[in-house]
Design a binder for this molecule. Sequence first.
Ligand code: C5P
Length: 221
Amino acid sequence: FVAKGLAGRRVLITAGPTFEPIDPVRGITNLSSGKMGFAIARACRQAGADVALVAGPTMLPTPREVRRVNVQTARQMADAVHAEMAAAAADVFIAVAAVADWRVANASASKLKKTEGGAPPALEFVQNPDILAGVAARPDAPYCVGFAAESEDLERNGQEKRRRKGVPLLVANIGHATFGRDDNELLLIDAEGMRRLERAPKDRLAAELVVELARRVGPAR
Ligand code: C5P
């Protein structure tokens, strides 16, 4: 049963970091490796789902039979996600990407040059769209899953973030330094309560998360 628990479902996933340009050769990014999101994409496919993976810059290989769309910036990621949803209704959206909260408002079209004794560039920032909240607010919103990297009072902050984003399920990373690692420890938070997934390789956790998803969404009828 669990093996094909998402048979016929269309699952849309964001993964990896985003990259926000400063000029044509420089930018701002973060240390997300994409491993957790890619592992979830693989596990959803193995559970029988039709999977689209919108990925920020990462060197990871594309999981088998997963359709991948590569993007750089948060805005490109948002556009790609909404384009996927317009092309075919999604049943599940899983936002695993570590999306940059801000982009550079005054990015330069040409490479910034340092000059002897010159002032360093003054970067201005503007907030990026919240992709997860945007999808959750759509009239055709799929079942939405958010991720959170909180460090303090995980349970209270997690439950609050879940409500704020308007999603039924939030997955919190327990502890720091999960970026780039092969293992992780998760807390699943929904309206009912919490369930802890003990420290394990990201592949294992992804499979456990898919079991939870299959229980909530199930295969297509
Ligand atoms: O608000 P915070 O960044 O902590 O929320 C994390 C969750 O929201 C993750 O699921 C992440 O993928 C998603 N997110 C998003 N778009 C943003 C910021 C976060 O989809 N601009």
